[in-house]
Design a protein around this ligand. Structure first.
Ligand SMILES: Cc1cc2nc3c(=O)[nH]c(=O)nc-3n(C[C@H](O)[C@H](O)[C@H](O)COP(=O)(O)O)c2cc1C
Length: 153
């Protein structure tokens, strides 16, 4: 058992030692790639990132990851209009699929930046990349300010 969990332990240690988690998660058939799902299955760990105690009654689960961490989801998709409120938003299970398990373990400060139009390979893709790069620069400036994610010393 210990051997089987060694890699999961390492991934949990890495997660717990990070202030900011940057996840590159392209859209594969409307959801996250299998590799990223496997990562999530390794870091959502009872006793390490969430608690479970049946004696608590109807809600026996609680998050164990200390407050103050930030998740940045960098995504890419071939088609377009998957953003909140857009035409295909209901088919986008990438960010929601990532955010739900992270929130479950206690990471709720989330930023999303995505590139669209990859499969069109035209001016719209170039514009989408430029917009995403600007958003990344702005986010880096925000997160680099110590007060943006200050934790108790
Ligand atoms: C297996 C697979 C499935 C894909 N499914 C979708 C999809 O459901 N919707 C979409 O808009 N693009 C889809 N795409 C396009 C990718 O999201 C897009 O090309 C993205 O830029 C790939 O990122 P990557 O090069 O980091 O893998 C898919 C690509 C692959 C390889």
């Amino acid at each position: 058992m210990g051997e089987a969990l060694a890699e999961s332990d390492e991934l949990v240690d890495e997660l717990l030692s990070a202030d900011i988690i940057v996840a590159g998660v392209p859209m594969y058939n409307f959801g996250m790639p299998a590799q990223f799902k496997a990562y999530i299955d390794n870091i959502v760990r009872v006793g390490r990132t969430f608690g479970f105690d049946r004696s608590r009654g109807d809600v026996p689960y609680w998050p164990l990851v200390p407050e103050g961490k930030t998740l940045v989801i960098l995504s890419a998709r071939g088609d377009y209009d998957y953003g909140p409120g857009r035409r295909l938003a209901h088919m986008n299970h990438v960010e929601p699929g990532v955010e739900t398990p992270f929130a479950y373990i206690g990471i709720t400060d989330v930023h999303r930046i995505a590139i669209e139009y990859d499969e069109f390979a035209d001016q719209r893709l170039r514009a989408s990349i430029a917009t995403a790069e600007e958003a990344v620069d702005k986010l880096v400036r925000k997160l680099a300010r110590p007060e943006a994610h200050a934790t108790a010393a």
